[in-house]
Design a protein around this ligand. Sequence first.
Ligand code: SF4
Ligand code: SF4
Length: 253
Amino acid sequence: MSKPKVGIYGLTGCAGDQLVILNCEDELLNIVGALDIKSFSMAVSESDDDCLLDIVFVEGTVVQPRDEEMLQNLRERAKLLIAIGTCAVWGGLPAMKNEFSQEEIKKKVYGPAGDIFKTTAPQPLSSFVKVDLSISGCPIEKEQLLQAVASLLHGDLPRLPGYAVCTECKMSEYTCLLVEKGQLCLGPITVAGCKARCPGYGQPCIGCRGPVEEANVSSEIEVLKEKGFTWVDIQNRLRTFVASIDPLQIESV
Ligand code: SF4
Ligand code: SF4
């Protein structure tokens, strides 16, 4: 049986998800052995950027016209397009700037030299192309990536958790930072998969994996207000990784 042809690409972003792939260490040789990797700029010196692909993994956000061009090209070439990382799935940290004028931001950061950059409002991949699977996380979890690769090799899409970080937190019997310590924890509305890493270290979840399906954001806001957090605190935390959660639309709670 021929190996699936795979490409691993990054749009604008920190490349942290590609690093997770490289950090698979023990499993990396098996991955490389099972896949025909045609392009992986962080790891392979020669790449084939024209061939048809069975699977393409794409990290990063669309923040400039060349990102969109690259993404459209990858979509045309690949049977399955998989968004990896919260930037690719939700817009991530770059999308925080969407509430400001793009021109204003550019001037503030680069001064007059900013005119040479062609930036657009940061958007997740799904705003431009069909995405077949989303693996969120900032960065992605190695176990989820390996699970995805194993399922894809069998011709299936992996089943990723559809529950919240709180579920993993309770399963590990961590102290609830929201209820018992009154901290601004987004565990109730954030999708699981990290084994509640931050609460495990005594830190509240800041929502880096993006929202769980059917997240009850208004209820979370209500609880946080009862705990004494200001609207600005809540809004800033909600928008850190997922600018598309528009707290202004639910401020009435
Ligand atoms: S600490 Fe956070 S993630 Fe854990 S149960 Fe409490 S609210 Fe949920
Ligand atoms: S606990 Fe929350 S912030 Fe921490 S890794 Fe998990 S999803 Fe991200």
